[in-house]
Design a protein around this ligand. Sequence first.
Ligand code: NAD
Length: 283
Amino acid sequence: MSELIDGKVISTQIKSEVKEKVAALNAKGVTVSLAVIQVGADPASSVYVRNKKKACEEVGIRSVAYELPETTTEKELLDLIDELNGRKDINGILVQLPLPKGMDEDKVTDAISPLKDVDGFHPVNVGKLSIGKRGFVSCTPAGVIELLKRSGVEISGKECVVIGRSNIVGKPMSMLLLRENGTVTVCHSRTADLKEVTKRADILVVAVGKPGMIDASYIKDGAVVIDVGIHRKEDGKLCGDVDFESASEVASKITPVPGGVGPMTIAMLMKNCAESVELQGLI
Ligand code: NAD
C-alpha cells in the first residue's frame, strides 16, 4: 500500500505561510489586493470564485470582486482589465475561465499585465518559466512541485513522466520538473506506446482529463503518482485520472482525489498574490 500525499495538510501549511508573509507586509504598510473577475454566472465558476475569495479572507489578502453580466462585451472586459492594470491598489488580476462564447480567452489573458498575472497564463510568464527567469507560474503545476518537495520526494535526476500537454497543466508541469533537474518526458494523445513510457517513471504526473484511465498497469513499482485530474461521477463523488485503488497497490506515494492536487491550486494562487508585490517592486 502506498503512502498518501495529503494536499489538504500541505495547502494549509502554505496558506499559513502566506498569511504570515501578508501580515509582515501589512506591518510595513503594504497591502495585497486581488481583483477577481467573473463574466456570467456559470455555477462551477461561481464555486471557484467563491473559494478564491474565501482563501483571500483566510490569508489577509483583500479581494475585489467584479461580477459582470453574461451580456458584457469583450471590449468592456478589456477596458476593465486595462483600468485594473493601471491601478496601484490592485496587485493581482484573475479572470475566471471559461469565458462566455464569443470572447477570445487568449486576447483577454494577454491583456492582463504580466506583473499582475497571478494565474501565470500570460505568454511573458510562460516564456520566463521556460528560460528559468522569475515570474508567475501556473498554480496547479506549481502546487504539484510543492506536494513533491514537502513530501520528501527527490526530483533531481529522476525519470519524470507527465501525461498531458495542455498549456495550463502539462506543459508548465514539464518545465517545472525540468527546472528541478528531473529527466522529463511528456506524453499526449499521439504517444505511440503510453505504457512503455509511463512504466519508466519514478515520478508520474497524470493530467490526461480521463476519469480513472491510469491504473496499476501503467505504473512502475515504487513510483510516486500525482493525479491532477478531477471529475464528478454520476453518484456525485469526485475522482481523478488515476484508478486510485489499483494504483495505490504499486505506487510508493500517491495523491488522493479529492484532497490531493485540488486544494494546492488555490494555495499557490495565494502565494502568487503575496509575491506580486515583490515582482512589482513595491517592497
Ligand atoms: P486537457 O484536456 O486540456 O489536456 C489533456 C491532455 O491529455 C492533452 O494534452 C492530451 O493530449 C492528453 N491526452 C488525452 N488523451 C490521452 C491519451 N489517451 N493518452 C495520452 N494522453 C492523452 O486537460 P487539462 O486542462 O490539462 O486538465 C487535465 C486534468 O486535470 C482534467 O481532469 C482537469 O479537470 C484537471 N485539472 C485539475 C486542476 C486542479 O486544480 N486540480 C486544475 C486544472 C486541471
